[in-house]
Design a protein around this ligand. Structure first.
Ligand code: NDP
Ligand code: HSE
Length: 440
């Protein structure tokens, strides 16, 4: 009889509870796939789990996740508490120190400490897996690490945050408020404990940092990422995008350029009809361009069921004895990332200006764009429906007009200089809105 693989799990929230359910429900199937039984032996939880449908009666309970991580009665420590610091970090180190393997879904921690932890795991010959850390149920970590092991990747990008995609989709399709949509995403278990990680773009940044390392064979460099969230995206932008043939998505992008590797997270206009543009709700999509081929993977990016599928897949791999380097190669072989400065980014831009309705405003805008050699693909002008501070007479001289420009490919630097010059002319009622356009 083969010895069972014994698990200790810390964190019985949305993902942890779903993992316990899946391990119970699929016990026989998982044993067949792994070639040995998989047994949840113990757990650590601060409080009684919120989900009272899971049966923990046969398990040992420990109060301290670090003690659990070292427990002689477990082989693998499953970290599902979250947070880039302690107790998650110390518990993982304790597990490696005791020669145990680790499975985690904690992208914040991997983005900050992943390479150091992978080195420690290597020294201890302990397996370390984190498929669930990026794009929930989509197996993109394995795809980059193993499936595309022979390809030279030029770009990896996509919708990596279910909460943001859920919010943008509901706002666009139902005209609902940002705050309402966020509350719903929280209720559905998609959002982080602190949802500003989602809407501020930081969660996507953690994920793109991990994907960059896997795709380009570099150490993680999360500090180099240009990050913008979705808080400033308004219904006016979603409507204008629709009229112009685009949809707005929060994208994470890592791209090889002439100046180095560009890593960025920002709301993005993607052409309607492209795969990425059609991804709605909590779904994520990750696209990879390489010298040999391109591919796009689509699937649920958040929520207990999707994420537990990825966590349990890692557990099965470890139970079956399939060992890989966590970042696809030994840590000593990861290169330093050469940072491409964001000012050198090149692409098309959507620019929405609240222009004061005065003679010469349009000419001023056009002149300042031309000064920076920016060519305009389209210009759309609409008078605002209401004045910013009450009153809704559309003919009022004080009501600014909404001017939307789409540029041909230009540089970030040029756009920033042109907009600064336009603002200086005093022809705008609000700060300009800028959304980059991504070819997909
Ligand atoms: P939750 O907040 O729902 O669950 C975290 C659980 O950990 C809570 O039950 C919390 O207890 C418990 N916990 C916190 N500190 C301790 C401690 N010291 N000892 C024992 N238990 C502790 O988070 P999620 O389940 O949503 O996320 C877990 C991880 O998975 C995070 O790293 C997250 O980023 C990641 N993830 C989440 C996804 C999702 O869709 N939700 C998708 C992909 C990854 P208490 O509530 O009492 O504080
Ligand atoms: N809060 C994250 C999201 C969970 O919404 O995508 C999945 O990583």
């Amino acid at each position: 009889m083969v010895e069972p693989l014994k698990l200790g799990l810390a964190g019985l929230g949305t993902v942890g509870s779903a993992v316990v359910r899946m391990l119970h429900r699929s016990r026989a199937e998982l044993e067949t796939r792994a070639g040995r039984p998989i047994e949840l032996a113990a757990y650590a939880s601060k409080d009684p789990p919120k989900d009272n449908t899971i049966d923990l009666s046969s398990l040992r309970k420990l109060a301290d996740p670090i003690v659990l991580a070292r427990d002689p009665g477990i082989d693998i420590f499953i970290e599902l508490m979250g947070g880039e610091g302690d107790p998650a970090k110390s518990a993982i180190e304790a597990a490696f120190g005791a020669g145990k393997g680790v499975v985690t879904a904690n992208k914040a921690l991997i983005a900050k400490h992943g390479v150091r932890l992978a080195k420690f795991a290597e020294e201890k010959h302990a397996p370390f897996s984190f498929e669930a850390a990026v794009a929930g149920g989509i197996p993109i970590v394995k795809t980059l690490r193993e499936g595309l092991g022979g390809a030279r990747i030029s770009r990896v990008y996509g919708i990596l945050n279910g909460t943001c995609n859920y919010i943008l989709t509901r706002m666009e399709k139902e005209g609902r408020s940002f705050a309402d949509c966020l509350k719903e995403a929280q209720k559905l278990g998609y959002a982080e404990a602190d949802p500003s990680f989602d809407i501020g773009g930081f969660d996507t940044a953690h994920k793109i940092a991990i994907l960059t390392s896997l795709a380009f064979g570099t150490e993680i460099d999360a500090d180099a990422i240009h990050i913008e969230g979705i808080e400033q995206v308004s219904l006016a932008d979603l409507e204008a995008a629709d009229e112009l043939g685009y949809r707005v998505k929060l994208l994470g992008v890592a791209q090889r350029t002439e100046t180095g590797i560009e890593q960025r997270v920002h709301p993005t206009m993607v052409p309607k009809g492209s795969v990425i543009a059609e991804i709605d709700g909590v779904l994520n999509a990750v696209a990879v361009d390489s010298d040999m081929m391109g591919l796009t993977l689509v699937g649920p990016g958040a929520g207990g069921d999707a994420t537990s599928s990825a966590v349990v897949a890692d557990i099965v791999d470890l139970a079956a004895g399939r060992k890989v380097f966590p970042f696809g190669r030994p840590v000593a072989k990861l290169g330093k990332l050469s940072r491409a400065p964001m000012q050198r980014h090149e692409g098309g831009y959507y620019i929405r200006l609240a222009a004061l309705d005065r003679p010469g405003t349009a000419a001023t805008i056009a002149r300042r764009m031309a000064d920076e050699n920016i060519s305009l693909e389209s210009i759309m002008q609409r008078r605002k429906k209401s004045r910013p501070h009450g009153g809704d007479d559309p003919k009022s001289a004080a009501a600014p007009a909404s001017v939307v420009l789409i540029t041909y490919a230009t540089s970030e630097d040029a756009v920033r200089r042109a907009l600064a010059a336009i603002e200086k002319e005093g022809v705008l009622a609000e700060r300009p809105q800028v959304i980059r356009i991504e070819k997909s």
